[in-house]
Design a protein around this ligand. Structure first.
Ligand code: ADP
Ligand code: MG
Length: 290
């Protein structure tokens, strides 16, 4: 009778947007004390529409900055890259060729365009090399916009900003989890101001910003070492180690294959409320068994 209960529940879950890849992890879902949400993709849509293109210095126009960025972003599957490609298309600008594409996980991308070395990256790029982050013009609201720097031959020549949208059901999911006595934290490679703003808007228990991919895994472990049973949600390649470390690794359906392959559970509809569903199902299923 026990496998039947689980089988029924797994089927139920599938019809409710949950794909359970690892039963043991699903069983742990009822014991969760903490859920760590990766900002982009689960709590937000990962829509990343370009807001502003701001040249720094007068070497390159905003269109050229976008073209350099697009040339190296065309091989990236990050939300930021998709935003850049949409903007290029919208403006009807030519897509330039690039070579030597390299993805610096959780930091940015590099490549060679027109014989120039081009970098598109977030503030982490400077922070990890102990260099000062270039000044960000006042017209940028860092609490709402993700800031990307464009460097050509080592010099910062422009800034591109992106706005993402918080999913409608994110606040409801956090509120429901609170009722279940589960703490929620935001974990992101993005900047402090935006992390603070999103976690405050959603009434979460806290946030961790500017976290590099390998540090995401360490953060999950730190919670576990304090005795917490931890679920982690994520959508990117760089979230995979943290998903593997968590007691329950949850991938967002709209994310990358690597995240999905590492995860225990996949949220097919990318809906944060499905995390609540998952715990409700987990509790119901294993209650019937005892
Ligand atoms: P999150 O933790 O919000 O999911 P990521 O770990 O995917 O974010 O990325 C962290 C930061 O690294 C981004 O906010 C961005 O600044 C930078 N970054 C990652 N990928 C790219 C890319 N393809 N192009 C430019 N910047 C990137
Ligand atoms: Mg991510």
């Amino acid at each position: 009778a026990i496998p039947l209960v689980i089988a029924i529940s797994t089927t139920l879950s599938a019809t409710h947007g949950l794909l359970i890849r690892n039963r043991t992890a699903f069983e742990n879902a009822r014991k969760l004390t903490t859920i760590i949400f990766d900002k982009t993709g689960t709590l937000t849509k990962g829509s990343h529409e370009v807001q502003q293109i701001i040249p720094i210095g007068d070497q390159f126009s905003s269109d050229q900055i976008l073209q350099y960025a697009a040339a190296i972003q065309q091989n990236s599957e990050h939300h930021i890259a998709h935003g850049v490609m949409r903007k290029l298309k919208e403006k009807g600008l030519e897509l330039w060729a690039s070579a030597d594409f390299n993805y610096m996980q959780g930091i940015g991308v590099t490549g060679t365009v027109n014989n120039k070395k081009v970098v598109a990256a977030g503030p982490n790029y400077f922070i990890q090399e102990n260099n000062p982050v270039p000044a960000i013009p006042d017209q940028v609201d860092q609490a709402t916009d993700t800031v990307n720097f464009i460097l050509i031959d080592g010099k910062t020549v422009g800034i591109i900003t992106f706005a993402d949208t918080i999913r409608e059901s994110a606040a409801q999911a956090v509120a429901e989890l609170k009722k279940m006595n589960i703490k929620t934290f935001l974990l992101t490679g993005d900047n402090e101001k935006i992390a603070e703003a999103v976690s405050r808007k959603l009434n979460m228990d806290g946030y961790l910003a500017n976290v590099l991919p390998h540090q995401k895994q360490d953060k999950v472990k730190e919670f576990q070492d304090k005795g917490e049973i931890v679920a982690m949600t994520g959508d990117g390649v760089n979230d995979a180690p943290a998903l593997a470390q968590a007691d329950v690794g949850i991938a967002v359906g709209s994310g990358t294959d690597v995240a999905a392959e590492t995860a225990d559970i996949i949220l097919v509809n990318s809906d944060p409320m499905d995390v609540v569903q998952m715990i409700t199902f987990g509790r119901a299923t294993y209650r019937k068994m005892v």
